[in-house]
Design a protein around this ligand. Sequence first.
Ligand code: WTA
Length: 702
Amino acid sequence: FGNNDHGIAGRARKYRVTLDPRMDSTSPTGEASVHDDAMKESALNATVYPPASFVNNAHVSSLKQYNDMYRESVDRPAKFWGKIADELYWHTPYDKSKPVHSFNFDVRKGPISISWFPGGKTNLCYNAVDRHAASDPKGTALLWEGNETNQDEVVTWAQLKERVCQLANYLRSVGVGKGDNVTIYLPMVPHLVISMLACARIGAVHSVVFAGFSADALASRLVDSKPKVVLTSTGTMRGAKPIPIKKVVDAGIKLSKDKGVHVERVVVYDHPALPLAQCNWDESIDANWSDVVDTQPKDSPVEWMDSEDPLFRLYTSGSTGTPKGVLHTTGGYMVGTYATFKYVFDHKPDDVFWCTADAGWITGHSYLAYGPLIAKAKCVVFEGVPTYPDAGRCWDIVDKYGVTVFYTAPTLIRSLIRFGDDVVNSRDLSTLRLLGSVGEPINPEAWKWYHEVVGKRKCPIVDTWWQTETGAHMITPLPGAFAQKPGSASRPFFGVVPTLVDSQTGKELPPGPGEGVLCIKGAWPSMMRTVAGNHQRFEETYFSTYPGFYFTGDGARRDEDGYFWITGRVDDVINVSGHRIGTAEVESALVEHDKCAEAAVVGYEHDIKGQAIYAFVVMKEGVEFTAEMKKELVMTVRSIVGAFAAPDTIHWCPTGLPKTRSGKIMRRILRKIAAHEEDGIGDTSTLADPAVVNTILEWRGN
Ligand code: WTA
């Protein structure tokens, strides 16, 4: 089973980071005894219960209540989801005389299909903005915090609606309407959320591309989705570093033009980090946001969308090929993000919610934008970086805005632990009542630190497992109902039926403790409906490996209490700082370098990032492998994929990669070498040339 082969089984249990001395059981001599280790281990694994003060006010406040609701969600989905859907506005109510959903998950029985809330018509933007602008126009919607500590802006519900309507009017004026694609390449300014909402308002399908992707990566997404309009900014600041955003867009558009894709308009927000006058400007395509958008009328009609009309596509990496456009639709995504936001973050009207994820990723889509806005939460949107101007920035923001619910990635927590507890303790975090984690397994040590130092032992932690494809949380604690086991995402959310499958036989494991490949039985409202423009790829990627199930790509263990422990990806996807990177993408970028003949990329454990990228390269005949060459290769990946995908280690393989006689690269061996586990390399006799392994090992550290 692929998990062990990937060397990441139990990764969450293996981490060691330097911790607060109170939690460190090392003896004064510096040597930990076996006894101390055992104590430490059991302290780390101890179950943590939510405080009574939290439980008493929670939406779901006991395991029994969860069990009853869960049962209903699975046995009587129409009743369960009907109640939640009724909390939202439907222009045309969906047809309650029909089943609430229909789906086929079995490729042997015909095409994969999923639909929810038949016949309903609604609009995400109306639910996320108009309702609240009507009931509480002066109330706070967005709390924007810029890169510098003196840059901020409060956007009220009425203002949010006006700004969304202005952009909606502009988009319509240039011929963008229902079903048209719009690409958004913006830093974390209010314009980003406004852009998504304006598209949703008029029924255009947005494709947000994280503004850290390179021009090449942007171009391939433009070529795939062929938008009429791109929404962007002149630049942004990330800490002390200016980033020229429009320059990337210009280059991306040029590249896509070479491939026959014609973007008609680029609307540019003049960001103070880089004056518009300093950007290249082409009157025939570029338009200044303040000229063309801010001058539009402040109201704009809503396009009523069918439940299954597309809402957005978001590109994500898989084990093979180019990134795929994960397509989400209207009704199910709306109900799914709303329900999870309400129950998992136990939403209360006075909450100030801060999700640190960029809206360029699914976490930002579902829990920076749609989920919280539909639920009328006040949301912090932060443009800067957590360590600028110093490592206390996150806690300053919590203090400044009185953040009550904080949602971030383990990698951020691990990177902040290093700066010590004083950085946290010197800020007032008394408003926090709930903490969240997403993107990768959280190791128990980071969990403990988050719980004790940030949450002062009074905030439950929701460790939320989900994916771009699932649209919303899938396995997660409900904070008032569950005992928490550090490192476990715990149990399924309502309506989600996870199961473990034996990778050898393809059969489901019997209930009870076990470890296998994580699959999902049956459809949930917010799941992706297809890969945009390639339904066959959708079926092959998610439904062909284990017919009848949705295959997640993750491995998991289920313990005696039915808690799930995610062990990591079982496919060729690496999770670096919570960002999904396909090994194939990095490999094809490396071989774009004209001196690189072949490349194989694997992940290895990294204290802060979770996983890091290890690239094995074979150079062309006669090419010398120098420090300079190494730099060039890293630069190639940065420019083709993006800085976040740059390999951490490049390892030269002078006589080639380890391959079987049929020419298949044996990644198992490469993973062992990357993990410095040479002893575990095992049998190499099936290799075409077993000697290559020795040459590779000899060149370690070159
Ligand atoms: C991983 C991010 C363990 C997992 C929302 C999944 C996690 C991939 C967790 C999806 C978690 C996400 N515990 N692993 N709480 N959350 N993952 O599409 O491997 O960017 O398949 O969605 O991240 O990454 P994606």
